[in-house]
Design a protein around this ligand. Structure first.
Ligand SMILES: CCCCCCCCCCCCCCCC(=O)SCCNC(=O)CCNC(=O)[C@H](O)C(C)(C)COP(=O)(O)OP(=O)(O)OC[C@H]1O[C@@H](n2cnc3c(N)ncnc32)[C@H](O)[C@@H]1OP(=O)(O)O
Ligand SMILES: CCCCCCCC/C=C\CCCCCCCC(=O)OC[C@@H](O)COP(=O)(O)O
Length: 233
């Protein structure tokens, strides 16, 4: 009896995948979330057995396990400048943030001993939340600046003490509007705290980084560069 129901599904699914790009989009989206959840189920015991709990070294396991996901989604990455990340000591990596797929790009270049800053809500994303915690991801409450600042200040100390790198999305949220949102300041405070600069350097560092990222963004997305400076904050 069950097989009678399965047959139309098996026939309709390939038909929809063949004819509707909208269906393909949502199908891939559901697949991505479900598959990452599944990968996390496999990665959780590996990380616990390997490191005994929350440990930055677990990011190697996560990186290894995520790298093949792009093939299922028809995505490919071209990496340049990777050698610049191969230096000793702590540093902050910043990148723009368009969608949850950015994690795939992140895992293409993620250096050793590098974790990331994420919104605290991600901690409750089932097995993905659990693996993020095991990977040493730093969770912040974006609605409470003082809390987030304290957490990031502790993270800066750990970065210095344990030679850890952190990846930050300075726009602070996903943005698909074809440009960059004004940068939040946390990434730059983190950088100065972890590299011995002073609070006076935050504005300049932020503006220079914004200019460089905006130029690269426009170049990669095939738009012309009109101004190198930050848009209004
Ligand atoms: C096998 C496995 C499969 C599964 C596989 C799993 C994949 C495993 C990868 C997951 C990957 C996740 C990816 C998630 C990605 C996101 O969750 S993105 C969202 C979270 N990230 C962020 O929000 C970025 C960081 N945010 C910030 O830095 C923001 O500055 C803060 C700290 C939240 C504060 O934000 P705000 O209050 O809205 O605005 P802002 O103007 O920046 O700051 C206000 C004031 O505080 C000051 N301030 C800000 N930060 C600081 C600071 N740290 N210290 C001192 N002063 C500060 C500012 O200078 C400013 O003061 P003034 O200069 O105006 O006097
Ligand atoms: C209990 C079940 C809950 C299900 C929740 C599903 C969570 C997603 C699960 C798998 C997706 C693959 C892992 C990618 C993690 C990337 C997270 C991400 O991109 O978060 C968005 C955050 O940067 C900014 O959030 P907003 O744009 O401010 O909002």
């Amino acid at each position: 009896m069950d097989a009678v129901w399965i047959l139309p599904v098996l026939l309709v699914l390939p038909l929809l995948l063949w004819t509707s790009s909208t269906f393909v989009f949502y199908f891939k989206k559901c697949f991505y979330v479900a598959y990452m959840m599944l990968l996390a189920v496999i990665a959780i015991p590996i990380c616990i057995l390997k490191s005994g709990g929350r440990d930055i070294e677990n990011m190697r396991v996560i990186r290894f396990m995520v790298r093949h996901v792009k093939y299922f989604l028809g995505l490919r990455f071209q990496v340049s400048g990777w050698e610049h990340l191969q230096t000793d000591g702590p540093y902050v990596i910043i990148s723009n943030h368009q969608s949850s797929l950015d994690v795939l790009g992140m895992m293409e270049v993620l250096p050793d001993r590098c974790s990331t800053i994420a919104k605290k809500e991600l901690l409750w994303a089932g097995t993905v939340g659990m693996i993020c915690w095991l990977g040493g991801i730093v969770f912040i409450n974006r609605k409470k600046t003082s809390d987030a600042k304290n957490v990031m200040s502790d993270a800066a100390k750990t970065m210095l003490a344990d030679k850890i790198r952190l990846w930050v999305f300075p726009e602070g949220t996903r943005n698909q509007n074809g440009g960059l949102l004004p940068f939040k300041k946390g990434a730059f405070h983190l950088a100065i705290q972890a590299q011995g600069l002073t609070a006076d350097d935050v504005t300049l560092l932020s503006e220079q980084s914004f200019g460089i990222m905006r130029s690269a963004f426009l170049e990669i997305s095939g738009q012309s560069v009109q101004s190198n400076g930050p848009s209004t904050h």
